[in-house]
Design a protein around this ligand. Structure first.
Ligand SMILES: Cc1ncc(C[n+]2csc(CCOP(=O)(O)OP(=O)(O)O)c2C)c(N)n1
Length: 578
């Protein structure tokens, strides 16, 4: 049994919420969310959640944002969670409302993002009868949630909410769904809230095992060419300082995966960049030539390992992860270290010593100089990489950057340099187009004082562009960048390189004029087609309070390099002609 601390810090509010009033399930839900410290909820109403929305109506303590699509709501909740470290919350109705959340739930699940997703369902008496707008959402989402609840008794609502927050935010984090039938949300009972948590069978291994950590330290002592592969788990565990201390003590070159970006400062000399399909030359070569690879909160995704049989062929692999199921799942692991990444590193740091890595570091530093990321800047076209570099320079690397999925995502990962965790928000595991823009709205809601830049392709921007409305209405000052190459760029790149220039259905002719689209929603729109215009438009966007969309019309044929084709090992890189 453990006690989960309630997050409601405002004493007056806390006392008001804890009154044992006899209230509806919907009111219990709201009180429970407030007691968990929820300060922002994204959602969309419908028949099955009308009691809930009725309870929200006029509730001064409850901050709800009406998105224009349920997918917008869940990605916004996701962006809120990734950028703040708190649990993101969204609400949708039964049937189509609930199924519209599925992509966002899977996105969060793949990237271990804590969410509590509340759906309404039809009357409990109608469940299983194919009632109007009925969907078995707990069944549908079973494989993409950490847990899903169907609440059958109004008395269970507060306990369920408390458990859901606990499950979502402990161990390996992830989404939890609570499905509430309409009648249950209307029934009344006395409000109670029990702070204790006891969930049979749920007991994440958080504390590290001393023996495992000692084996890791011994392996470091014996290694000549060690490398760290730091993943999203470092960011989620809040372990960036412990990782930095570990690297400072051990002198081990460090690679950050797509989701690990920001978990280790890119300004550090020992940082080698990102690995995998569009990884840096040095990161990929380092993995292939190292003798000890220490995965930290990284799950050895196939975009990282590529041809897994040829991955890190000379390395002994150590793996620090809070989820024991990850260890040995993809690569053979000699040294498992199961536990909360922060706690494992804290323990390791007590005795960590420098590896004998001087010669190895020298070799890698030489490589970094010889094979940097580069692109041909011909001054004729506006290059997408230039736009990202410009955004980096003007924001001094201090913005929260969200991306959608495609080439612009990879260029953002390569050319925007991050030094802080939770500043880089992208859909890694599921690679969900339509994610980036609503996620930026969530990130801005969670970080009202920070600059949030949402970088999108012209394809993905069209998947959730309706959320421009909530930017305008609430004056959410996200700077929305469209890297407009007039095609589904990443697919075009594959068709060029792998399918012999057979371009099938990648032409985005018929896209809206993005400037006019923004203006139609009441958001300022700007366009740039060359460097000079790009600088001017971007500066204007930064100088303008409130949301601004900038349509950067860029070179259509630009490709992301390095590139490793599927089926190749990660050191078989196409470097492009730049
Ligand atoms: C929902 C969804 N559908 C399809 C894909 C497959 N996909 C990956 S990248 C990409 C092209 C993205 O094009 P765009 O948004 O214009 O960005 P660009 O690659 O040009 O930067 C597609 C279709 C996806 N990742 N997600």
């Amino acid at each position: 049994m453990s006690t989960q601390t309630l997050k409601a810090t405002n004493k007056e509010l806390y006392t008001k919420l804890m009154q044992p009033d006899v209230i509806t399930g919907s009111e219990i839900l709201l009180r429970s969310l407030l007691l968990e410290g929820v300060d922002c909820v994204f959602g969309y109403p419908g028949g099955a959640v009308l009691y809930i929305y009725d309870a929200i109506h006029g509730n001064p303590d409850f901050n709800h944002l009406l998105t224009r699509h349920e997918q917008g709501a869940i990605h916004a909740a996701d962006g809120y969670a990734r950028s703040t470290g708190e649990v993101g919350v969204c609400i949708a109705t039964s049937g189509p409302g609930a199924t519209n959340l599925v992509t966002g739930i899977a996105t969060a699940y793949m990237d271990s993002v804590p969410l509590v997703v509340i759906t309404g369902n039809v009357m409990s008496t109608a469940i299983g009868t194919d009632a109007f707008q009925e969907a078995d959402i707990t069944g549908i989402t079973m494989p993409i949630t950490k847990h899903s609840y169907l609440v059958r008794d109004v008395k269970d609502i507060s306990k369920t909410v408390h458990e859901a927050f606990h499950i979502a935010s402990t161990g390996r984090k992830g989404p939890v769904l609570i499905d509430i039938p309409k009648d249950i949300s209307a029934h009344k009972t006395a409000f109670t809230y029990d702070n204790k948590i006891s969930i049979r069978g749920y007991n994440p291994t958080v504390l590290p095992n001393k023996l495992q950590v000692e084996r890791l330290l011994k392996a470091i002592d014996e290694a000549k060419k060690p490398v760290i592969l730091a993943g999203g788990g470092v960011v989620y565990a809040g372990a960036q300082e412990e990782l930095l201390e570990f690297v400072n003590k051990t002198n081990i070159p460090t690679i950050t995966t797509l989701l690990g970006i920001g978990g280790f400062p890119s300004s550090n000399d020992l940082w080698l960049g990102m690995p995998g399909m569009h990884g840096t030359y040095t990161a990929n070569k380092a993995i292939q030539n190292c003798d000890l690879l220490i995965g930290i909160g990284a799950r050895f995704d196939d975009r990282v390992t590529m041809k897994v049989e040829g991955f890190a062929p000379n390395a002994k692999i150590a793996h620090i992860d809070v989820d024991p199921a990850e260890v040995g799942k993809v690569v053979e692991t000699a040294i498992p270290c199961v536990g909360d990444v922060k706690k494992v590193l804290e323990l390791a740091n007590q005795k960590a010593k420098s590896a004998q890595s001087e010669a190895w570091i020298e070799e890698l530093q030489k490589m970094k100089k010889e094979f940097p990321l580069k692109y041909k800047d011909d001054n004729k076209h506006l290059k997408p990489q230039y736009v990202i570099e410009m955004i980096h320079e003007t924001t001094k690397g201090e913005a929260i950057v969200t991306t959608d999925v495609g080439q612009h995502q990879m260029w953002s990962a390569q050319y925007y340099r991050f030094n802080h965790p939770r500043s880089w928000i992208t859909s890694g595991g599921l690679g969900t187009m339509g994610f980036g823009f609503p996620a930026a709205i969530g990130a801005q809601m969670g970080n009202p004082d920070r600059l949030v830049v949402s970088i999108n392709g012209d394809g993905g921007m069209q998947m959730c562009s309706q959320e421009l409305a909530i930017c305008a209405i609430h004056n959410i000052p996200v700077k929305i960048v469209v890297i407009n190459n007039q095609v589904l760029g990443m697919v075009r790149q594959w068709q060029e390189i792998i399918y012999d220039n057979r371009y099938s259905h990648i032409d985005l002719s018929g896209s809206p004029d993005f400037v006019k689209l923004a203006e139609a929603y009441g958001v300022k729109g700007l366009r740039a087609t060359n460097k000079e215009e790009a600088q001017k438009a971007w500066q204007e966007a930064l100088d303008t309070p409130g949301p601004v969309l900038i349509d950067f019309v860029v070179e259509k044929h630009e490709n992301v390099y390095p590139m490793v084709k599927q089926g190749s090992t990660i050191d078989e890189m196409l470097m492009g002609d730049s």
